[in-house]
Write a protein that binds this ligand. Sequence first.
Ligand code: NDP
Length: 459
Amino acid sequence: MTDSYDLVVIGAGSGGVRAARMAATYGAKVAIIEEFRVGGTCVIRGCVPKKLYVYAARFHDMFDVAQSFGWQVDASFDWPTLVAAKEKEITRLEAAYVANLEKPGVEIIRDRGLVTGPNGVHLVGQGRDLTAKYILVATGAHPFVPPIPGAELAITSNEAFDLPALPHSILIEGGGYIAVEFATIFAGLGVDTTIIYRGDCILRGFDEDMRRGLEAGLTDRGIKLIYQTTIKSLAKHGKDISATFSDGVTAPYGAVMFATGRNPNVRGLGLDKAGVKLTPMGAIAVDAWSQSSVPSIYAVGDVTGRAALTPVAIREGWYFAETVFNDNKLAVDHSQIPTAVFSDPEIGVIGLTETEAATHGDIDVYLARFRPMMNTLSTRTERMILKLITEKDGGKVLGCHILGSGAAEMIQLVAIPMGMGASKADLDRAIALHPSAAEELVTFKAPTYTYRDGEKIGG
Ligand code: NDP
């Protein structure tokens, strides 16, 4: 039996769900195939549960500061309570995703989909074949685990959310988003936490002040950082796992987690048979409209190796539906994406880093480091950092980098004027809101330092 559709989407994560819903809204006959849970990484084992766990971990800091405001806190933490509450919430969200698909008439098929050709999809479990005018691959990505002896003893972010119990200690390999966010979570929940990273400072590619500021913040919270080292092998050590490092040192940990990047889910999808070309990094190669080398096959989200962020996948899915099913050709602008790292302290960034901007021409850098008001009654010395990078002499804002409480919320709003091409003079017209941390962004008087002809002046 063959069923025909205008669109078959493989993968019901952020990008796939948005594309399916929008296409159905425009009158297309749509099926979406999902072999796991509807919602994808973001809802089930990514952004949403991560942020819930970050909230849980941040009570640690809050209890710490609370005493300086006169509170006496005698708190204890129960991991199973958090896991169960998280599960309840993601189950609620999953049901909402299902309802939102069903409302415009999208058929949800619980199976594994295999591309058999430019217009064919095979359902592995049901043994059924579908034909589709268009196929959208939105299968996401999976954690990459370095192929070392004993790697199977370690966990990834997939397993971290549902551990039966919190380990007494954890070693996390990697220096990216997931490593620092989970280090924040585990340390905040009382786990003795170590990050091991092959580079010389976490968050490669971020602005240097953000990297160094976060490094100090993690260290202040008792997180140990081991640099220029990797894990060479893992072995059982009683109830613990013993890790041997590239420098020959061996140490036992209650758990070991790899946060060493994520690879696109392309294997076993039949893409090669259909003639879909991949990038050198193994992602599906697509053009600005998310069309692959096979004209009837499109791809959105992490599987395309563009920006691996939920809102980007959602926008790609939406614009795909506009382009293909609403006669409204739209390409996603990937040039100015706000992003946040939900570590403690938090980071929010948009635009160019100082190093990048300095190679683009003459720039001014406005930098504020201050003790947030929340900390002023306590002995905490942690500084908040706000950095604004503009073209010289009050020109266009090129980048904004914030480290500290509320950074993610602030940067989302900064993204609006930046998207409109705002200049420093535009920010200056805003009246400050006092007392707030964000007021620093509109009260910078003179640059802290500048770059002229690539040379740093002042600072
Ligand atoms: P990242 O790419 O951010 O970081 C991967 C880290 O692993 C890097 O530090 C990298 O080192 C290191 N690494 C890679 N390969 C190896 C190896 N073979 N041995 C040792 N170390 C290695 O990936 P994540 O897994 O942290 O996250 C994946 C993506 O998911 C992110 O890039 C982001 O797009 C998204 N994400 C976004 C979040 C958010 O918006 N808050 C939260 C979580 C994930 P090096 O720096 O040297 O390359």
